[in-house]
Design a protein around this ligand. Structure first.
Ligand code: TMP
Length: 215
């Protein structure tokens, strides 16, 4: 895709991975790659990105609040997403801004589907209902052994309600992400997040640049 085409057609980029994989650092890298091309970037996250979404995020993540049952968790995530899409993502794309989102519906398949065991077709039904045709144009998966990621996350801050799950949950989440990436390889950039920060950055830079230049 030429630079000129980039300007007229804003894209939706998502970043995914388990806990402690380095999403924040790599979101910053992606932002700077896009901005260096003169693109306007809207940075956002899920669950969250709106006042309502951030309220739901607190209820979802705070381990001291009443834990939602799996179906309530799923619906809260899609409620936050509906608000986020209507009031942030679609308006930004319509205004020509590229949207860079820390997690999106692939996280729902990985965590609520593979992790919690909710039927994947039920998630697909909600995805269709809430998103219509909207899907990420490209998704970066930072792939890492969950044991390594959790150790990093533990050093960083107090653990949230998801981070308190057992190892088997995170192994299923990882398997979920990898199986989605395998099923739709054209949309995914999979990066081995066990490598050094420099190696991860240079691989991500090369792959994202290739996608930006050639689609
Ligand atoms: P994080 O954005 O700080 O990584 O934390 C968000 C947590 O929410 C993370 O543990 C994954 C979880 N999550 C889901 O379970 N399903 C989802 O659809 C999304 C977007 C996040």
């Amino acid at each position: 895709m030429s630079l000129q085409e980039n300007r007229v057609s804003a894209r939706f980029i998502t970043v995914e991975g388990g806990e402690g994989v380095g999403k924040t650092t790599n979101m910053g890298l992606i932002q700077s790659i896009l901005e260096s091309r003169g693109l306007e970037v809207c940075i956002t996250r899920e669950p969250g990105g709106t006042a309502l979404g951030e309220m739901l995020r607190t209820s979802l993540l705070n381990p001291e609040l009443e834990p939602p049952v799996a179906m309530a968790e799923l619906l809260m995530i899609f409620a936050a997403r509906a608000q986020h899409i209507s009031t942030v993502i679609e308006p930004a794309l319509a205004a020509g801004q590229w949207v860079l989102c820390d997690r999106f519906t692939d996280a729902t398949y990985a965590y609520q589907g593979f992790g919690r065991g909710i039927d994947l077709p039920a998630i697909a039904t909600l995805e269709q209902l809430v998103q219509g045709k909207r899907r990420p144009d490209v998704t970066v998966l930072l792939d890492l052994d969950p044991l390594v990621g959790l150790e990093r996350a533990q050093k960083r801050a107090e653990l949230d309600r998801f981070e308190l799950e057992e190892a088997a949950f995170f192994n299923r989440v990882r398997e979920g992400y990898l199986s989605r990436a395998k099923a739709e390889p054209a949309r995914w950039i999979v990066v081995d997040a066990a490598k050094s920060l420099e190696e991860v950055s240079s691989t991500l830079n090369a792959q994202l640049t290739r996608w930006l230049d050639h689609g």
